[in-house]
Design a protein around this ligand. Structure first.
Ligand code: NAD
Length: 496
């Protein structure tokens, strides 16, 4: 097969540099969430497909890992240029299969693009250390070597960015790679693979398989995969972490989240509302860094509630594929829409005040649910502690900053939390006492860029080394230390 694979309705796999018909008869639908139409059929592969992909990746490893870093990055520099050339096309593809707005899709591609740029610097990032004369006549040198075949398993919500958190750094370090994108959004991954091939990546260095639980388990158990990067829900992250580790792999597994936003009475109103709106309803609330709990303190709460309702009523929810003015799109599928609707019902049942009901006034076609606001909620309610992953914002009214921080720290997750304030004292107290890995001060979505690790804690991350930044490089390499002795006494003893 050749040409643009994303135009085919029955999607291929990519192994050993070739597009192939998958080894399965089981297929699943890929939808355009804005219309509910089926736009492609994705193969639900099994262990045999993983075997084929891993065999291709293993065969490519000796030559690729031995290729000098500047030659490896020459491919990544070309890839960077190709992504720039195809930027709008990639963003449109993300919108089409994921449903986020075109602007959000551009952000998705841009954040991935930045990781490619970071990986272009691998010749510097992968350097080891040295210390001559570490002991009498002994010199020490460390080397960072690639691991072998690495695999990546990604969620539906960032079809471009999350895949690019993984493979650019992995292959830049000299590994070969097998990617398994979410079966809900396989098209962007296929296009990213086509562009890698066009950039001149040797056959087998990057491979692509599709499917769900079966193929994921086969990856976690495969004897010739050295490391697994996973991003998705906490339940599956924990499963992948346990299974991968039990089979001797290095695993990094990002999970779900429930992120809190504290608004102090001295917060600057306009940027605060803009920050909260973006965090709660950007990508229809389907971000692991989405702000889903709003903690309005004391006098801040009433005006905050009024201004939020005004902003939510003004938000244009529409078909993102057809309407460039859409400000919020649908959720990914019917199950996701039903889950949000069920939580609205649960919230009412649990006694929270429903101030705006996203079940009302939505288009018939597509998987839409509008921005929803609950007030006067309590932490014991399911809407306050479960990850709902949709445009549902729950407001709680703590009396003091200590109460607000304690409330945030009771979450079992640990991705992000934000404070909106004009006070350095409160900002500092919050930054020091909050128990999560990514902290925002007047920043709605404190998601770090490619140079820094994506630092989830607790149930939001299983493993030791996160994706992105120098932790990403450490994850995809292992250290070797060489101690050398070449002094004249040694040579004499050896009779040289
Ligand atoms: P998901 O866990 O349902 O799926 C993620 C991946 O796991 C997919 O590739 C899927 O095919 C596979 N999978 C699903 N069920 C499986 C099972 N039982 N066994 C093995 N594999 C399985 O997640 P999703 O719905 O695609 O994505 C949304 C989730 O991802 C949210 O919880 C969100 O918070 C999280 N997320 C986390 C981060 C982060 O950095 N921590 C980033 C983005 C998304």
């Amino acid at each position: 097969m050749s040409q643009n694979q994303t135009t085919l309705s029955e999607l291929p796999v990519f192994t050993g540099g070739e597009w192939k018909r998958p080894k399965t008869e089981r297929w699943s639908n890929v939808y355009n969430p804005s219309t509910g139409e089926v736009i492609a059929r994705v193969p639900m592969c099994g262990a045999a497909q993983v075997d084929e992909a891993v065999a291709a990746a293993r065969a490519a490893f000796p030559s690729w890992s031995n290729t000098p870093p500047p030659k490896r990055t020459a491919v990544l520099f070309k890839y960077r240029a190709l992504i720039e050339t195809h930027f709008e096309e990639l963003a449109k593809l993300v919108t089409r299969e994921n449903g986020k707005t075109l602007d959000e899709a551009r952000g998705d591609v841009r954040r991935g693009f930045e990781v490619v740029e970071f990986a272009c610097g691998i010749a510097h990032l992968q350097k080891g250390e040295s210390l001559p004369q570490v002991a009498e006549n002994i010199d020490a040198v460390t080397m960072r070597e690639p691991l072998g075949v690495c695999a990546g398993i990604t969620p539906f919500n960032f079809p471009a960015m999350v895949a690019m958190w993984m493979f650019p750094i992995a292959i830049a370090c000299g590994n070969t790679f097998v990617l398994k994108p979410s079966e809900k959004v396989p098209l962007t991954a296929i296009r990213l693979a086509e562009l890698l091939r066009e950039a001149g990546l040797p056959d087998g260095v990057f491979n692509l398989v599709h499917g769900g639980a079966e193929v994921v388990d086969a990856i976690c158990k495969h004897p010739h995969i050295a490391a697994v990067s996973f991003i998705g829900s906490s339940r599956v992250a924990q499963h992948v972490y346990s299974l991968g580790c039990a089979h001797g792999k290095r695993v990094q597994a990002g999970g779900g989240a429930k992120n809190m936003m504290i608004v102090m009475p001295d917060a600057d109103p306009d940027p605060t509302i803009r920050g909260i709106m973006g965090a709660a309803f950007g990508c229809a609330g389907q971000r692991c860094m989405a702000g889903s709990i709003l903690l309005g303190l004391g006098a801040a709460a009433d005006p905050l509630q009024r201004r939020m309702l005004d902003a939510m009523n003004a938000l244009k929810v529409a078909n993102t594929d057809a309407d460039p003015k859409a400000e919020m799109g649908p959720v990914i599928d019917e199950a996701a829409r039903n889950r949000v609707r069920n939580y609205i019902e649960k919230g009412v049942g649990e006694g929270a005040k429903l101030l705006r009901d996203g079940r009302e006034g939505m288009p018939e076609r597509g998987f839409f649910v509008g921005p929803t606001l609950f007030d006067c909620a309590e932490l014991r309610m399911s809407i306050a502690h479960d990850e709902i992953f949709g445009p549902l914002l729950t407001m709680i009214r703590p009396k003091t900053i200590e109460e607000a921080i304690a409330c945030a720290n009771r979450s079992p997750y640990g991705n992000g939390a934000t404070i909106f304030t004009s006070s350095g004292k409160w900002a500092r107290q919050f930054s020091r006492e909050i128990q999560c890995g990514m902290v925002g001060v007047n920043v709605g979505v404190p998601a770090p860029m490619a140079l820094f690790p994506f630092s989830g804690w607790n149930q939001s991350f299983f493993g030791d080394l996160h994706v992105q930044g120098t932790e990403g490089v450490q994850f995809y390499t292992r250290q070797k230390i060489v101690l050398s002795r070449w002094d004249s006494e040694y040579r004499r003893q050896m009779g040289w």
